[in-house]
Design a protein around this ligand. Sequence first.
Ligand SMILES: *Cc1c(COP(=O)(O)O)cnc(C)c1O
Length: 372
Amino acid sequence: MPLSAPPSATSLLAVDLEAVVENWRTLKGRLERAECAAVVKANAYGLGAAAVAPALAAAGCSTFFVALLEEGMALRPRLPGATIIALSGFLPGTEKDLAGHEIVPVLNSLDDIARWQAFARKTETVQPAWIHLDTGMNRLGLSAVDTQTLATEPDRLGGLEVKGWISHLACADLRFHPSSSAQLGRFHQQLARLPKARRSFANSSGICRGRAFHLDLVRPGAALYGINPTPETGNPMRPVFRFAGRILQVRPVDTGMTVGYGAAHVVVRPGRIATIAVGYADGYPRSLGNRGLVHIGGMPARVVGRVSMDLITVDVTDLPDSVVRPGGWAELIGPHQTVDQVAASAGTIGYEILTGLARRCHRVWLPPAKGD
Ligand SMILES: *Cc1c(COP(=O)(O)O)cnc(C)c1O
């Protein structure tokens, strides 16, 4: 992946759209008859939903999940004819915009259902909805008691077209975790008492836990973007992006000198420090101070000292001068170090690293997104 960026760009996120599409096809290939949707919330996990979603649509994806109404509204003109579903954006007062932009809400409570029904009645329309049944996350969705109420009072769904029922796995990333099959069992029990509609259960990891979890529609996010959905084993997904920072300066240092805030690194031999224009404001975790690793010209260099807001310092003593040049690039995530590895060193998960990178970087898409 060539790194091409305007002269002013200090950090670069290069997204390989072909790889995203290939990951979507790989996941789809695991399904027997379920539809493969795509989760593009949080700006496609930071990679740029305006480029990612149309690329997936061109490959045949026709259902997209966002978290917020605004995310759906931004995508609507770029996804003509596609279904856009908002997972958690159904706030009072948003009904008109949802309907106007043809964004289908996920209803997460009996109150949500009543409010969407009231809107349908008021506008004399039939409104589409997905309904979320909680099966063990205890985060969003109808509780078991609410689901029972819904089952015994079907009038609550009058005026609504239930497109489907959704639930969400708590431990899909842990292989054979007993709660996954327990959740699936509860989902089936609840569905047996409710009107027939499509059923959606699996996120990226859920897809990898067997056909029983696929049901009618799967909702992968992370795996599309190259995060390993099966952390217990090798990553079946292709990496889809590189994150690089520009080398600003290379300076000699001598024994006894310290580097950066808090004098948190003490130099123990004469050497060289390269300063790279990426910091925690760019989503590079501060926890990687004195821990992180970058690659310059394919060679590893350790982060020394603290991560500042806009800068990190790396020890390039063992790298040849010819490789470490101001204006050149240091790879922070890419072929030499996956997002999951960086996350592990930082004590977090790939999801958090990826969504955090989006803040200030220059993004490029390969091949360039159509219409962008
Ligand atoms: C974010 C999200 C997904 C996608 O999960 P991944 O682990 O990224 O595949 C699916 N369903 C719901 C309800 C979500 O919130």
